[in-house]
Write a protein that binds this ligand. Structure first.
Ligand SMILES: [Zn+2]
Length: 240
């Protein structure tokens, strides 16, 4: 099992005002469709043509294949690049449904909506703490994150534990532990390979991505779609 490598920098991530502005700008794009053929570190807005969405269902109105390309926006993301967390900006493609005139962001399969961390970086923190038993301060020291940030991410996981347990009860009941704890469920989740497959089925069942907390305490998340008609989960990109 290859160990995720964190850069040795001791400083906390210093999100500039510009980067925070970029992150929050993406919050305006409330409607989303996930594309599980692409991951953050290979994603390009230039992949897309209108024909790519010929079988995609509009999560707002239910029309099929009625999309046209509609520009792009910049989003801030922390992803793995050469096994190291890397702070980057990606240009996210937008499409518009010609039936209901709603715009949708086209997201790679390992983005967590409204979160800075990609799914893989987020899970690597959880695995370091719960499975490898690395103390928070050490994870913080070896990564580019503050210990407060690590605690916040660990808390996000705790918030989702019951939902993840429910997911396994519904999809592979025999594997779901009777009394689930943080370690048991993460071990189960870790056996789900690749992780984007977990995210894919989680979205299908729950109509929202796992670990997305923005709407948990009030408000209803927008319906989130999945692009169909293409073969997802090509190869493994990360070995956490
Ligand atoms: Zn529509």
């Amino acid at each position: 099992m290859e160990k995720p490598h964190f850069p040795g920098r001791k400083s906390s991530p210093n999100l500039s005002q510009k980067n925070i502005a970029i992150l929050f700008r993406c919050f305006k794009n409330k409607f989303m469709v996930y594309d599980f053929c692409h991951l953050c570190n290979t994603y390009s807005k230039d992949f897309y043509t209108a024909g790519y969405f010929s079988r995609t269902v509009c999560p707002k109105c239910g029309s099929v294949g009625r999309f046209k390309l509609h520009g792009s926006y910049v989003r801030y993301i922390i992803l793995f690049r050469d096994f190291k967390p890397s702070h980057e900006e990606i240009e996210v493609k937008r499409i518009m449904c010609k039936s209901c005139k709603t715009t949708h962001a086209v997201l790679p399969g390992d983005i967590i909506a409204y979160k800075l961390l990609s799914l893989f970086v987020f899970l690597s923190i959880l695995i370091s703490f719960h499975i490898k038993k690395i103390p928070v301060l050490k994870i913080a020291g070896e990564s580019n994150f503050s210990f407060q940030f690590i605690y916040a991410m660990l808390n996000v996981y705790i918030i989702y534990i019951n939902r993840i347990h429910q997911f396994f009860k519904e999809t592979v009941p025999a594997s779901a532990p009777l009394f689930p704890g943080a370690l048991e469920l993460l071990t189960l989740l870790k056996s789900y390979d690749p992780y984007t497959k977990f995210q894919y089925y989680y979205i299908k069942i729950n109509n929202s991505p796992c670990f997305m907390c923005k709407f948990l305490n009030g408000g209803k998340p927008p319906p989130i779609g999945i692009i169909s008609g293409h073969t997802p989960f090509k190869g493994r990109q990360h070995n956490l």
